[in-house]
Design a protein around this ligand. Structure first.
Ligand code: ATP
Ligand code: MG
Length: 356
């Protein structure tokens, strides 16, 4: 039934290509079952060391935005009065994992949120395990609720993730955008259209997404909020071109030459003289479904891209700290928009055969 209704948004070639890519790449229930089996076994083995620990699957495995090749993000929750040091716990687990027959290639990554990365032995399934980063459990439920609020969200985001990966702008460890940042950027675009495709779920259902809900009560199961009924009936292809246009032209000051109308040319030159674009002045907020003016908080000053974490309200795009990487990201948006708006062929910006 949902497949049939999705066809209503896919009557043109570009939209059909997007549905096709989505159908070919989206995570299958067998993929999730395999991740869930590993999670349950790991939880049992970890409870041999930390009796009260609980292990949660998070990220794209659970939020409806995963591909067949997505990794499995795990959050180990260790409750207690004393906050354990994540690095100490992870080093301990790294040693303990040596005796597990189904784990291999463990690697401790000392990032802001430290993680233990490992693989299921003999397979290409990769895990990223963190300690007590429970905001990931809350925002996974929030993203999941957005993913199922409208039929177009999942195909749209999967295609954009594939495009960003192919364009080499989807790797926070190399100074570009994390998948999480990219997803929030898509949701923001859909929330701020003249006819929004999405509302702010945190505003409309505050009790569902309250940060004080006990972590055990954050639903992992099927969606809880009713679907959003939007007046916007744009096709998938129109939304994709619109997304690229939004970040290519509305966030960056457009070239003077592209404006033949004198009034707007004047406005644009004012922007040029002040040398500031919306990237410099605004914070993308999915929580409020709008772009907020930057405050003087150190979270936002001297940052190229500002995207607010919906619960902790810090900057999820802080990995973009080099001007060159920021310019690369903007150039990819501009170039893909320029090509796609005329060609209306997904292969012109993303060779579909190469990414399936
Ligand atoms: P992919 O399919 O590419 O693995 P993903 O949806 O799993 O994408 P990641 O960027 O790998 O996205 O992040 C995994 C999860 O970790 C997110 O869904 C989110 O729950 C959490 N997360 C990532 N970055 C942050 C952050 N800066 N602040 C809070 N939570 C984050
Ligand atoms: Mg992931």
């Amino acid at each position: 039934e949902s497949f049939n209704s999705l066809q209503a948004y896919a009557k043109d070639k570009l939209s059909r290509q997007m549905v096709e890519l989505f159908e070919a790449c989206q995570q299958q229930s067998s993929d999730l079952e395999r991740k869930e089996r590993c999670r349950a076994q790991l939880q049992q083995d970890i409870q041999g060391i930390y009796a009260v620990a609980r292990l949660y699957l998070t990220g794209s495995s659970m939020n409806g935005l995963g591909c067949r090749s997505s990794d499995a993000d795990l959050c180990l929750v260790i409750k207690g009065t004393k906050r354990p040091d994540p690095i100490r716990v992870l080093s301990h687990l790294q040693r303990a994992f040596r005796s597990l027959s189904y784990v291999e290639r463990t690697q401790l990554i000392r990032a802001k949120v430290p993680i233990l990365r490992f693989r299921e032995r003999g397979s290409d399934l990769e895990f990223d395990l963190n300690i007590n980063n429970t905001v990931g459990i809350r925002n996974t439920f929030l993203l999941r609720s957005y993913a199922y609020a409208d039929l177009r969200i999942r195909p749209m985001i999967l295609v954009i993730k594939k495009w960003a990966r192919h364009s080499q702008i989807n790797d926070a460890s190399k100074g570009t955008l994390s998948s999480y940042t990219l997803v929030l950027m898509v949701l923001h675009y859909l929330q701020t259209l003249k006819d929004p495709v999405l509302p702010s779920l945190q505003r409309d259902y505050p009790e569902c997404f309250s940060p004080s809900v006990d972590i055990d009560m954050v639903p992992e199961g099927p969606k809880r909020v009713p679907p959003y009924v939007s007046r916007n009936q744009s096709s998938l292809g129109e939304l994709l071109v619109g997304f690229l246009r939004y970040y290519a032209t509305e966030f960056s000051p457009p070239s003077l030459f592209s404006f033949l109308c004198p009034a707007s040319a004047f406005l644009v030159s004012c922007f040029w003289l002040r040398g500031r674009s919306r990237w410099d002045k605004q914070v993308i907020s999915v929580r409020e479904a709008r772009a907020l003016p930057k405050t003087n908080s150190h979270e936002w000053t001297n940052k190229y891209i500002c995207v607010e974490e919906p619960f902790e309200r810090n900057n999820v795009a802080r990995a973009v700290h080099e001007k060159m990487k920021f310019d690369t990201i903007k150039a990819e948006f501009a170039e893909s928009y320029r090509i796609l708006k005329d060609r209306k062929d997904l292969n012109s910006i993303l060779p579909v055969r190469a990414v399936i």
